[in-house]
Ligand binder design. Sequence first.
Ligand code: FES
Ligand SMILES: [Fe+2]
Length: 334
Amino acid sequence: MTETDRIGDEWFPVARAADIAAGRWLPFGLLDERWVLACDNSGRVEAFVDTCPHRGAQITLGDFDGERLRCGYHGWQFDIDGRCVHQPAHPGRRPPAGVQLKRALVRAGYGFWWICTGDQPRDLPVAPDHDAYPERTVWLDPVRVASSAPRIIENFLDLAHFPFVHTGYLGQEPHTEVARYGIETSEAELRLTDCVFWQPNPGPAAAGGGPVRYRYSVSHPYAATLTKVPSTSEGDPAGGFTILIVASPVTETECVVWRSTVVHDTGADLDAQQAFNDLIFSQDIDVVESQRPRRLPVDPRMESHQPADAGSLAYRKWLGARGIRYGTISTERG
Ligand code: FES
Ligand SMILES: [Fe+2]
């Protein structure tokens, strides 16, 4: 990470709300560092670097009793503030005050636990409806992907691959044309509006093909939402939904993808929706992992483009304006 990179000020999900409970800890990787999310017996959740300040061992090789994190190498114990409170080799001696674990900021939102490793945190991505209808929201299993987080988001914004990668579901030849869509950019958000595409089977409840209308919002460098606007008048029989996708970067070329979907229709089958979203995403993974370079090329000269790529080019530019270089590559950086 370069010194001027703003990626450390962003929030990233590292667990779903249901993944952690009192007395549990969860190791995870984020931004080239290993971390642990710990929930004490009172339900307080904190995140620490998972490396012992004594000799650098991984603390989660030890144990956690809901009060103290104990390193497995020499048994040093840390409280939920990250302070070292016991060094077994010197049982009667109080450890010096400065011995403590490095912490990250933690917050809950949209049914996830989010971490910010910097000290000037920005906002969570805007995710319409995601806090409003938990009874109509599904939180999908996280997926580890061998690619950069920006490649994941760019794939999520891309319509032209539907007939080839999601054949029979989100697209079907000869319906390959990508109609011109709207692009609105501000420092806070990139929006793609009025995206219309012909789909043979646009959702779990679909009964036939037709044009589908989407809009996308990017208000966080590695997150996006897709809202499918239901429109029976255009021959689209499926209900609407909003998908939130966030790629938490383990390194510049590997990430963990978190997704949740809010279904607009109160009678929708959430299990079917979950299975459908998982199927579609599994089709994307092979192709995204095959992309070279794994980091997203932000210099337009590094790849060839077609008019349908206007949204992805806008995303690349928006990342630069936001001060994000992590997970990207430009000719100057080589
Ligand atoms: S390395 Fe953790 S106690 Fe020594
Ligand atoms: Fe896809």
